[in-house]
Design a protein around this ligand. Structure first.
Ligand SMILES: Nc1ncnc2c1ncn2[C@@H]1O[C@H](COP(=O)(O)OP(=O)(O)OP(=O)(O)O)[C@@H](O)[C@H]1O
Ligand SMILES: [Mg+2]
Length: 273
């Protein structure tokens, strides 16, 4: 463990002996994980290795077949849904919007866990929605129907809804999907700012290893439902890891700008010429 790893705060969200299955197909078997509090954790791994399944279980969208997910030491299954929703927000990989809903209405739904029967809508709700839409560059879309948006616009609206929920823990499954390169960087910078400025704990699934290495404090590499390696990106990202996890030859060099590991996919160039 490095100094950075040691300085990570203990987990509020963790899983013990977690087994996740769809009917009789087990996807994750006996997994233990601690999500460092107040840090950005990124999960990487090949398609179908169980990243979304794990994230959905951490967000209580999927019930464990065995074992448990703990939030502040209590099993998620024992915490009222509304209490969880005030602490933990989850953006699934393929969320489905209610038909013909407008952007402003969808983002506002992120405030539901904060509303009460005696007060449907408060100034705090208004502020949270406005800020979430500003931060995701979606304010201009407010009156549009979500059905009619481009893939990238829709993705940013979903992120806005998750932000409007204003939870300490934010789980994002491939938040950069569909986004052009500048919006990808904006979303990742936003995750980092939420973490730095507000101490939010962010867990994101990403496919771009270099973005993962650049933005993660803590990186989790998964393969076939297991955690193969975890730690600070500079400690764990090596050509061996990339080969083990993705079956891909690569060269890993320090990123000239950030110093984080930069994975250049393909065989070592010196051997191909
Ligand atoms: N609703 C479901 N019913 C049955 N099997 C499922 C379901 N969702 C996922 N699976 C299976 O569980 C395994 C893990 O899927 P999961 O979606 O967690 O993968 P992933 O790592 O997120 O992949 P990707 O990078 O493609 O998003 C896959 O074999 C998948 O086919
Ligand atoms: Mg997935």
């Amino acid at each position: 463990m490095t100094e950075t790893e040691n300085s990570l705060r203990p987990a509020r969200l963790s899983a013990r002996d977690l087994t996740l299955a769809y009917e009789d197909r087990t996807v994750v078997d006996g997994l233990d994980v601690d999500i460092p509090d107040g840090a950005v954790t990124v999960i990487v791994g090949p398609n179908a290795c169980g990243k979304s399944t794990l994230l959905r279980a951490l967000g209580r969208l999927l019930k464990p077949a065995r074992g448990s997910v703990l939030l502040d030491g209590t099993e998620l299954a024992r915490i009222p849904t509304r209490t969880i929703a005030r602490s933990l927000g989850l953006l699934p990989q393929s969320p489905v919007a209610p038909e013909a809903i407008t952007v402003a209405d969808l983002v506002s739904r992120g405030r539901q866990p904060h509303q009460h029967w005696w007060q449907q809508w408060s100034d705090a709700d208004e502020r949270a929605v406005t800020e979430a839409m500003t931060r995701t560059d979606t304010a201009a879309l407010a009156e549009r129907s979500v059905d009619e948006l481009s893939g990238g616009q829709r993705q940013r609206v979903w992120i806005a809804m998750a932000l409007a929920q204003e939870t300490d823990l934010l789980l994002l499954d491939e938040p950069t999907t569909y986004l052009d390169i500048s919006h990808q960087v904006e979303v990742l910078d936003l995750c980092r700012r939420l973490n730095h400025e507000r101490g939010r704990t962010v867990v994101a699934v990403l496919h771009d290893l270099n973005q993962a290495a650049r933005y993660a404090d803590h990186l989790i590499a998964m393969k076939s439902g297991r955690i193969v390696a975890q730690g600070a990106p500079s400690d764990i990202v090596t050509a061996d890891l990339v080969r083990d996890v993705f079956g891909l030859e690569s060269v890993v060099v320090p990123d000239p700008v950030t110093g984080s590991p930069l994975v250049v996919a393909g065989p070592p160039w010196s051997l191909t010429g």
